[in-house]
Ligand binder design. Structure first.
Ligand SMILES: Cc1ncc(COP(=O)(O)O)c(C=O)c1O
Length: 419
């Protein structure tokens, strides 16, 4: 079998350099463990950016994938298939109780593939709802977003990012889509101010993350989500929660908004929905917002969205998240992991630590200076994690992780950091 260097060289030669990976090649994986071609074993503390909640190659998800692969995989939405309906029924039943539906209009979903597509769909739905239902004058709809957001990398989404270097790429992807207004994250007062400044009658939606994952696990102040709910209701502005990274138990509650018992008007879901094997995403909202008077045939679509293979996998992923109480596990073991990291931070570390924070199994250490060399040192000792914004290392292992496995990871993290 060729060695790791062979595969890294191939990537460098043939793949556009849109990532700068940690130099490890993963050729096998099971649960929380991944292996390189040389047979070295690592604990995965990134989980494909929170997509591997159920652990790598979960046997039941792989079984569902294989069984469906033998029947029918892709039909396109030109025809019906016998898997999408059952999947979306289950998704709406599971997510519905977390969605604000004041008129009891019912819950509906729109299936897509990647998180970015779920966000794009949410933006289109918000604008269409704004014009059709809220009667915003044509081309005047505004959507408010947050500083340091990460919602994906399409050209529109890149345009309302504040990551000048990476996502906006210094204007090299411009001109950007108009109609988005950026406000500070975690500041509900600012949300109300900007709605009043724009004119509430022109604001279609507020899009936010319950915890900003890519920004470095930024947790908003207590009560923020509740205040956002009140403001959005007051001004008839759609509250759209991007739960693509925080959803399905990652933060120790089924959804990030649950921490404040808040129901957004629409939820954007992805990552872990696909069970770590297949891209599956969706917007889940009410019939009032996405019903046939707003989204009509031909107005939005995706060749792969809602395909039978994705539906089979996602249905099984949902089932495992619920049956195995993964949110509860994340709460319990996340607290344990966080405490372990905080104990390490009390010691003298090779790079000074500014803060340790997190909720559930979405954790981070923020360093005073660059941390890339630290993730490489972790890798050399058997822990895979990734830095974000150069000084922050996120720890987001599969939610099936055990206490012993956390101890295993903590020991290595301490050995590296406390010289
Ligand atoms: C909150 C959030 N939204 C959207 C996305 C984009 O998802 P994808 O990479 O599947 O397009 C991400 C990805 O990290 C994310 O964290």
């Amino acid at each position: 079998m060729p060695d790791s260097k062979y595969y890294i060289d191939l990537d460098n030669e043939y793949c556009a350099h849109n990532y700068h990976p940690i130099p490890v090649v993963i050729s096998k994986a099971e649960g929380v463990w991944v292996y390189d071609p040389e047979g070295n074993k690592y604990i995965d503390c990134l989980s494909a950016y929170s997509s591997q909640n159920t652990g790598h190659c979960h046997p039941e998800i792989i079984k569902a994938l294989k069984e469906q692969a033998d029947k029918v995989t892709l039909t396109s939405r030109a025809f019906y298939n016998d898997m999408m309906g059952p999947f979306l029924k289950k998704l709406c039943e599971v997510v519905g109780p977390h969605i604000n539906d004041p008129n009891n209009s019912g819950i509906m979903a729109l299936p897509m593939n990647t998180g970015t597509e779920a966000v794009s769909s949410g933006l289109k739905v918000a604008r269409a709802w704004g014009y059709i239902k809220k009667k915003i004058p044509k081309n005047e709809a505004k959507i408010i977003v947050c500083r340091d957001n990460f919602h994906g990398r399409s050209i529109t989404i890149a345009g309302f990012s504040t990551d000048i270097e990476a996502v906006r790429y210094y204007g090299n992807f411009g001109p950007y889509t108009p109609g988005f207004i950026i406000i500070p994250y975690g500041d509900a007062e600012e949300l109300e101010n900007i709605i009043l400044e724009i004119g509430p009658e022109k604001v279609a939606a507020f899009l936010f993350e319950p915890i900003q994952g890519e920004a470095g696990v930024k947790i908003p102040p207590e009560g923020y989500i509740k205040k956002v709910r009140e403001i959005c209701t007051k001004y008839n502005v759609l509250m759209i929660a991007d739960e693509i990274q925080t959803g399905f138990g990652r933060t120790g509650a089924f959804f990030g908004c649950d921490h404040e018992n808040v129901k957004p008007d629409a939820m954007l879901l992805g990552k872990a929905l696909g069970g770590g094997v297949y891209p599956v995403s969706a917007i889940v909202t009410t019939k009032d917002i996405i019903g046939p008077d707003v989204i009509k045939p031909g107005t939005h679509g995706s060749t792969f969205g809602g395909n039978p293979l994705a539906s089979a996998v996602a249905m099984k992923s949902l089932e495992i998240h619920i049956d195995d109480h993964l949110a509860q596990r994340a709460k319990e073991f996340g607290g344990y992991f966080l405490e372990g990291l905080r104990n390490i931070a009390k010691k003298k570390t090779i790079v000074p630590i500014k803060e340790v924070r997190g909720k559930g199994l979405l954790l981070a250490i923020e360093f005073e200076s660059d941390a890339r060399h630290i993730v490489e040192m972790f890798k050399d000792k058997g822990v895979l994690a990734k830095h974000t914004h150069s000084t922050i290392i996120r720890f987001a292992p599969p939610l099936i992780i055990t206490k012993d496995q956390i101890d295993w990871a903590l020991k290595i993290i301490e050995n590296v950091l406390v010289a």
